[in-house]
Design a protein around this ligand. Sequence first.
Ligand SMILES: NC(=O)c1ccc[n+]([C@@H]2O[C@H](COP(=O)([O-])OP(=O)(O)OC[C@H]3O[C@@H](n4cnc5c(N)ncnc54)[C@H](O)[C@@H]3O)[C@@H](O)[C@H]2O)c1
Length: 450
Amino acid sequence: MNSSMLKSTFSGGEIAQKLLERITSRSAVVGVVGLGYVGLPLAVEKCRVGYAVLGFDRNAIRVAQINQGSNYIRDVADETLAQMVAGGRLSATSDFARLVECDVIVMCVPTPLTANKDPDISYIRSVGADIALTLRPGQLVCLESTTYPGTTEEILLPQFAATGLVVGRDYFLAYSPERVDPGNKRYTTSNTNKLVGGVTATCLNVASDFYQQTIIDVLRVSTPRVAEMTKVFENTFRAVNIALVNELALLCDRMKIDIWEVMDAAETKPFGIMRFDPGPGVGGHCIPLDPFYLAWKARQYDFHTRFIELAGEINVSMPYFVRDKVARALNTRGLPLKGSKILMLGVAYKKDVPDWRESPALKILDLLTEDDAIVDYHDTHVPSFQDEHGRIRHSVPLTAKALSEADCVLITTDHSNISWDFVVDNARLVFDTRNATKTCQGQHRNVFLL
Ligand SMILES: NC(=O)c1ccc[n+]([C@@H]2O[C@H](COP(=O)([O-])OP(=O)(O)OC[C@H]3O[C@@H](n4cnc5c(N)ncnc54)[C@H](O)[C@@H]3O)[C@@H](O)[C@H]2O)c1
């Protein structure tokens, strides 16, 4: 652990002491609010070490699914969830009055952007209001949603203070960002180290002891704002570096240099470099959104976050570049975009996940359709989805016929379950935005790379 991280020197009052006993003896009831990609794996993790877990969600379908032991998140094992529910250790509800039953409440609700790209913290506010209605002495509340620095103390703390209870004495409040990387087999909720920032020293101690029950390394920082800033920095770091390689890809395209060869070569340097790959743009719930939380907050301090804006501009432009490059690839065959059949492989925002939120593939599909191309897609991880015009689209089977009938096969997600040799051998023309075809045998004159 970094020497600047704060050490535990517990000196809480009687209420904190009792809560800690419940936490360490695993007799505490843990409430998880928001049972999505973050909340459900977390609920299962807490249950696995012996806590009784009560999940809260506004989505009645999800609540019913959990109570039937039916899993809907890939990172959770079906059997594990079913056993926990059958054993009575895990259940879900939409009755927020039951928050009073919980000793620890973890908030994992969405933090999207509004149409104007401003933070939409209405979910945090709404759950904060629900918690405040039943807040009682001896509860620990931890916010895990990604958000701008200041949210915990500027939004939640006043909501809870209005109850008359005193933070750090009666109840405890902390921010601890979730760092989960969906689909990552090596780093999961339990072995990814966790940051915790408490509103008071006692809040920090209670919260970090809670996380230490399930997580190998818990790093204490001085305030919730430091933890909030660190989390948005981590996602901004990715957004900016991806934008940097995307910009280089645009230049390499003009200079007729293979960007992938450059990335492979740069990676051989044993120090001072970290690999990021170019691609069709950024997607998911984090990288395209979170940096704008920081940019918005910065404006309150008369500060303009230029790296974030520039990275956003470049990453957002990538689907347009892909559309143009598909048109150029078709042009080599004497075909216009209008009327050409395009088979898009992958709508998930990254490989091997079923998440298509903010996926650049959606924008590309929309742009190609606008230019009157006829677009189908294949993605076994996303059997159907609603496109930008509200139309439900369904994945088509990946057959030799479907590949050979397409004027262009466009690789937008490099899922591991696809045989790229099969794709390249059967397609007439391939445009590969992920360098997925790098493993294909032999020279393929029908493949264009980003
Ligand atoms: N998905 C990721 O990879 C990831 C990683 C790290 C951090 N995060 C952050 O975690 C937070 C949650 O993200 P997610 O991907 O799990 O979202 P999600 O959309 O998968 O899940 C959110 C859940 O919250 C529920 N919900 C919405 N409003 C609610 C309310 N008022 N009360 C109770 N439940 C409510 C939704 O029905 C949904 O089930 C976000 O802030 C996100 O930025 C996500």
